[in-house]
Design a protein around this ligand. Sequence first.
Ligand code: ATP
Length: 251
Amino acid sequence: MARSHAKLLEAKNVHVSFGGIQALCGVELSLRTGDILGLIGPNGAGKTTMVNVLTGFQKTKPGAVLLDERNVSSLSATDMARAGIARSFQAARLFRGLSVIENLTVAGLGIGLSKKQAIEQSRDILEWMGLQREADQSCTSLSYSSERRVSIARALALRPSFVLLDEPASGMNDQECENLMEVIVRIPKQIECGVMLIEHNMQVIMGVCHRVHVLDGGRSLAEGPPERIKTDPLVLRAYLGDDASRTNARV
Ligand code: ATP
Protein backbone atom coordinates (compact mmCIF):
# COMPACT_ATOMS: atom_id res chain seq x y z
CA MET A 1 0.00 0.00 0.00
CA ALA A 2 1.34 3.44 -0.91
CA ARG A 3 0.34 5.09 2.35
CA SER A 4 2.96 7.54 3.57
CA HIS A 5 3.76 7.88 7.27
CA ALA A 6 5.23 11.37 7.12
CA LYS A 7 4.57 13.37 10.25
CA LEU A 8 5.97 16.82 9.53
CA LEU A 9 5.64 19.07 6.50
CA GLU A 10 7.77 22.23 6.51
CA ALA A 11 8.21 25.21 4.23
CA LYS A 12 11.63 26.81 4.70
CA ASN A 13 12.51 30.30 3.50
CA VAL A 14 10.13 30.02 0.53
CA HIS A 15 10.65 32.53 -2.28
CA VAL A 16 8.59 32.74 -5.47
CA SER A 17 8.57 35.59 -7.94
CA PHE A 18 6.62 36.07 -11.15
CA GLY A 19 8.58 38.56 -13.23
CA GLY A 20 8.71 41.62 -11.02
CA ILE A 21 6.08 40.37 -8.54
CA GLN A 22 7.44 38.82 -5.35
CA ALA A 23 4.58 36.44 -4.55
CA LEU A 24 6.36 34.86 -1.55
CA CYS A 25 9.42 36.13 0.30
CA GLY A 26 11.08 34.12 3.08
CA VAL A 27 7.93 32.34 4.27
CA GLU A 28 8.34 29.58 6.86
CA LEU A 29 5.58 27.37 8.19
CA SER A 30 5.05 23.84 9.38
CA LEU A 31 2.24 21.34 9.67
CA ARG A 32 2.08 18.14 11.72
CA THR A 33 -0.16 15.13 11.42
CA GLY A 34 -3.29 15.90 13.46
CA ASP A 35 -3.00 19.69 12.96
CA ILE A 36 -5.53 21.93 11.25
CA LEU A 37 -3.59 25.01 10.12
CA GLY A 38 -5.41 27.97 8.57
CA LEU A 39 -3.58 30.03 5.95
CA ILE A 40 -5.17 33.44 5.57
CA GLY A 41 -4.37 36.85 4.15
CA PRO A 42 -5.85 39.56 1.94
CA ASN A 43 -6.24 39.01 -1.82
CA GLY A 44 -2.87 38.50 -3.50
CA ALA A 45 -1.12 37.67 -0.19
CA GLY A 46 0.43 34.52 -1.67
CA LYS A 47 -1.81 31.79 -0.19
CA THR A 48 -2.45 29.81 -3.37
CA THR A 49 1.20 30.19 -4.39
CA MET A 50 2.16 28.66 -1.03
CA VAL A 51 -0.15 25.70 -1.62
CA ASN A 52 1.34 25.33 -5.09
CA VAL A 53 4.85 25.24 -3.60
CA LEU A 54 3.91 22.67 -0.96
CA THR A 55 2.31 20.40 -3.56
CA GLY A 56 4.99 20.58 -6.27
CA PHE A 57 3.09 22.80 -8.73
CA GLN A 58 5.50 25.69 -8.13
CA LYS A 59 9.19 25.65 -7.23
CA THR A 60 10.76 27.78 -4.49
CA LYS A 61 14.12 29.43 -5.15
CA PRO A 62 15.82 29.80 -2.76
CA GLY A 63 14.05 27.77 -0.05
CA ALA A 64 12.86 24.23 0.45
CA VAL A 65 9.91 21.97 1.22
CA LEU A 66 10.75 19.26 3.76
CA LEU A 67 8.76 16.12 4.45
CA ASP A 68 10.02 14.52 7.66
CA GLU A 69 13.27 16.45 7.10
CA ARG A 70 13.68 15.07 3.55
CA ASN A 71 14.04 17.79 0.94
CA VAL A 72 11.19 17.17 -1.54
CA SER A 73 11.38 20.57 -3.28
CA SER A 74 12.30 19.12 -6.65
CA LEU A 75 9.50 16.51 -6.79
CA SER A 76 6.77 16.86 -9.42
CA ALA A 77 3.17 17.39 -8.29
CA THR A 78 2.45 13.71 -9.01
CA ASP A 79 5.37 12.56 -6.89
CA MET A 80 4.37 14.96 -4.07
CA ALA A 81 0.93 13.33 -4.07
CA ARG A 82 2.59 9.88 -3.97
CA ALA A 83 4.76 11.07 -1.08
CA GLY A 84 1.58 11.90 0.85
CA ILE A 85 0.74 15.54 0.10
CA ALA A 86 -2.69 15.91 -1.50
CA ARG A 87 -4.77 18.97 -2.32
CA SER A 88 -8.13 20.15 -3.47
CA PHE A 89 -8.38 22.99 -5.98
CA GLN A 90 -10.48 26.17 -6.08
CA ALA A 91 -12.21 24.63 -9.12
CA ALA A 92 -13.26 21.06 -8.32
CA ARG A 93 -11.47 19.38 -11.30
CA LEU A 94 -13.41 16.09 -10.99
CA PHE A 95 -13.42 13.43 -13.72
CA ARG A 96 -16.74 14.54 -15.14
CA GLY A 97 -17.45 11.39 -17.14
CA LEU A 98 -17.33 9.28 -13.96
CA SER A 99 -19.66 8.85 -11.01
CA VAL A 100 -18.76 10.18 -7.57
CA ILE A 101 -17.66 6.80 -6.24
CA GLU A 102 -15.64 6.13 -9.39
CA ASN A 103 -13.77 9.41 -8.87
CA LEU A 104 -12.69 8.25 -5.42
CA THR A 105 -12.00 4.69 -6.55
CA VAL A 106 -9.59 5.90 -9.24
CA ALA A 107 -7.64 7.69 -6.50
CA GLY A 108 -7.58 4.53 -4.36
CA LEU A 109 -6.33 2.45 -7.29
CA GLY A 110 -3.66 5.08 -7.86
CA ILE A 111 -2.13 4.44 -4.42
CA GLY A 112 -2.02 0.68 -4.99
CA LEU A 113 -5.28 -0.55 -3.44
CA SER A 114 -7.06 -3.50 -5.08
CA LYS A 115 -10.36 -2.65 -6.78
CA LYS A 116 -12.29 -4.15 -3.87
CA GLN A 117 -10.26 -2.20 -1.31
CA ALA A 118 -10.57 1.01 -3.33
CA ILE A 119 -14.36 0.69 -3.56
CA GLU A 120 -14.67 -0.12 0.15
CA GLN A 121 -12.48 2.85 1.03
CA SER A 122 -14.55 5.12 -1.24
CA ARG A 123 -17.82 4.02 0.41
CA ASP A 124 -16.33 4.60 3.84
CA ILE A 125 -15.13 8.13 3.02
CA LEU A 126 -18.42 9.07 1.32
CA GLU A 127 -20.35 7.81 4.33
CA TRP A 128 -18.56 9.77 7.06
CA MET A 129 -18.52 12.84 4.81
CA GLY A 130 -22.31 12.59 4.41
CA LEU A 131 -22.08 11.99 0.66
CA GLN A 132 -23.41 8.41 0.47
CA ARG A 133 -26.55 9.48 -1.40
CA GLU A 134 -24.41 11.01 -4.13
CA ALA A 135 -22.18 7.91 -4.54
CA ASP A 136 -23.64 6.69 -7.83
CA GLN A 137 -24.49 10.13 -9.18
CA SER A 138 -22.65 11.44 -12.21
CA CYS A 139 -20.28 14.29 -11.34
CA THR A 140 -22.02 16.44 -13.93
CA SER A 141 -25.27 16.45 -11.92
CA LEU A 142 -23.87 17.45 -8.52
CA SER A 143 -24.85 20.62 -6.72
CA TYR A 144 -22.04 23.14 -6.36
CA SER A 145 -21.55 22.38 -2.68
CA SER A 146 -21.55 18.59 -3.22
CA GLU A 147 -19.04 18.99 -6.03
CA ARG A 148 -16.67 20.81 -3.68
CA ARG A 149 -17.07 18.17 -0.97
CA VAL A 150 -16.48 15.37 -3.49
CA SER A 151 -13.27 17.09 -4.53
CA ILE A 152 -12.11 16.96 -0.87
CA ALA A 153 -13.24 13.32 -0.62
CA ARG A 154 -11.20 12.44 -3.68
CA ALA A 155 -8.08 14.07 -2.19
CA LEU A 156 -8.65 12.02 0.98
CA ALA A 157 -8.93 8.82 -1.05
CA LEU A 158 -5.19 9.22 -1.73
CA ARG A 159 -4.73 8.57 2.03
CA PRO A 160 -2.50 11.59 2.35
CA SER A 161 -0.34 12.45 5.32
CA PHE A 162 -1.22 16.07 4.58
CA VAL A 163 -4.16 17.54 2.71
CA LEU A 164 -4.25 21.17 1.53
CA LEU A 165 -7.71 22.62 0.91
CA ASP A 166 -7.87 25.74 -1.27
CA GLU A 167 -10.97 27.80 -0.42
CA PRO A 168 -13.32 24.84 0.08
CA ALA A 169 -16.15 27.05 1.42
CA SER A 170 -16.20 29.55 -1.41
CA GLY A 171 -19.72 29.98 -2.79
CA MET A 172 -21.32 27.97 0.03
CA ASN A 173 -24.26 29.23 2.09
CA ASP A 174 -24.23 29.25 5.91
CA GLN A 175 -25.72 25.77 6.29
CA GLU A 176 -23.31 24.30 3.74
CA CYS A 177 -20.41 25.98 5.57
CA GLU A 178 -21.59 24.41 8.85
CA ASN A 179 -21.67 20.98 7.20
CA LEU A 180 -18.22 21.55 5.70
CA MET A 181 -16.79 22.56 9.08
CA GLU A 182 -18.10 19.34 10.62
CA VAL A 183 -16.32 17.39 7.88
CA ILE A 184 -13.03 19.30 8.17
CA VAL A 185 -12.70 18.79 11.93
CA ARG A 186 -13.09 15.03 11.40
CA ILE A 187 -10.38 14.72 8.74
CA PRO A 188 -7.27 14.50 11.00
CA LYS A 189 -8.72 11.56 12.97
CA GLN A 190 -10.42 9.75 10.08
CA ILE A 191 -7.44 9.96 7.72
CA GLU A 192 -4.62 10.41 10.28
CA CYS A 193 -3.33 13.42 8.46
CA GLY A 194 -2.64 17.14 8.85
CA VAL A 195 -4.89 19.71 7.19
CA MET A 196 -3.95 23.10 5.76
CA LEU A 197 -6.95 25.27 5.00
CA ILE A 198 -6.94 28.40 2.85
CA GLU A 199 -10.19 30.25 3.31
CA HIS A 200 -11.59 33.77 3.13
CA ASN A 201 -14.54 32.77 5.31
CA MET A 202 -13.29 33.71 8.80
CA GLN A 203 -16.06 31.82 10.56
CA VAL A 204 -14.79 28.61 8.99
CA ILE A 205 -11.14 29.43 9.77
CA MET A 206 -11.80 30.47 13.35
CA GLY A 207 -14.22 27.57 13.88
CA VAL A 208 -11.96 24.69 12.84
CA CYS A 209 -8.28 25.71 12.94
CA HIS A 210 -5.90 24.96 15.79
CA ARG A 211 -3.43 27.57 14.48
CA VAL A 212 -3.63 30.31 11.88
CA HIS A 213 -0.74 31.61 9.74
CA VAL A 214 -1.26 35.04 8.19
CA LEU A 215 0.39 36.17 4.95
CA ASP A 216 0.42 39.70 3.64
CA GLY A 217 2.17 40.81 0.46
CA GLY A 218 4.06 37.52 0.25
CA ARG A 219 5.46 37.70 3.80
CA SER A 220 4.47 36.04 7.05
CA LEU A 221 2.70 38.54 9.26
CA ALA A 222 1.63 36.45 12.25
CA GLU A 223 0.95 32.93 13.44
CA GLY A 224 -0.94 31.70 16.47
CA PRO A 225 -4.16 30.31 17.85
CA PRO A 226 -7.35 31.74 16.25
CA GLU A 227 -8.29 33.71 19.37
CA ARG A 228 -5.00 35.62 19.27
CA ILE A 229 -5.03 36.15 15.50
CA LYS A 230 -8.55 37.63 15.67
CA THR A 231 -7.32 40.56 17.70
CA ASP A 232 -3.71 40.89 16.47
CA PRO A 233 -3.24 44.57 15.53
CA LEU A 234 -0.96 43.77 12.56
CA VAL A 235 -3.52 41.33 11.15
CA LEU A 236 -6.36 43.79 11.64
CA ARG A 237 -4.40 46.49 9.86
CA ALA A 238 -3.65 44.15 6.92
CA TYR A 239 -7.34 43.36 6.51
CA LEU A 240 -8.95 46.64 7.45
CA GLY A 241 -6.28 49.29 6.87
CA ASP A 242 -6.07 52.19 9.29
CA ASP A 243 -9.74 51.78 10.27
CA ALA A 244 -8.58 48.90 12.46
CA SER A 245 -6.84 51.24 14.87
CA ARG A 246 -9.97 53.40 15.23
CA THR A 247 -12.40 50.61 16.09
CA ASN A 248 -12.55 47.48 18.24
CA ALA A 249 -12.28 45.50 15.04
CA ARG A 250 -11.96 41.70 14.85
CA VAL A 251 -11.03 39.56 11.86
P1 ATP B 1 -6.45 35.33 -3.52
O1 ATP B 1 -6.93 35.34 -2.10
O2 ATP B 1 -6.91 36.52 -4.28
O3 ATP B 1 -6.71 34.01 -4.22
P2 ATP B 1 -3.69 34.63 -2.88
O4 ATP B 1 -3.36 35.07 -1.49
O5 ATP B 1 -4.00 33.20 -3.08
O6 ATP B 1 -4.84 35.55 -3.45
P3 ATP B 1 -1.76 34.30 -4.97
O7 ATP B 1 -2.77 33.82 -5.97
O8 ATP B 1 -0.82 33.31 -4.41
O9 ATP B 1 -2.46 35.08 -3.78
O10 ATP B 1 -0.94 35.48 -5.68
C1 ATP B 1 0.14 36.15 -5.05
C2 ATP B 1 0.68 37.18 -6.02
O11 ATP B 1 1.32 36.54 -7.13
C3 ATP B 1 -0.39 38.09 -6.62
O12 ATP B 1 0.16 39.36 -6.80
C4 ATP B 1 -0.69 37.42 -7.96
O13 ATP B 1 -1.16 38.36 -8.89
C5 ATP B 1 0.69 36.89 -8.35
N1 ATP B 1 0.62 35.67 -9.15
C6 ATP B 1 0.14 34.47 -8.75
N2 ATP B 1 0.27 33.56 -9.75
C7 ATP B 1 0.84 34.21 -10.80
C8 ATP B 1 1.25 33.82 -12.11
N3 ATP B 1 1.08 32.57 -12.54
N4 ATP B 1 1.80 34.77 -12.90
C9 ATP B 1 1.98 36.02 -12.46
N5 ATP B 1 1.63 36.46 -11.24
C10 ATP B 1 1.07 35.57 -10.41
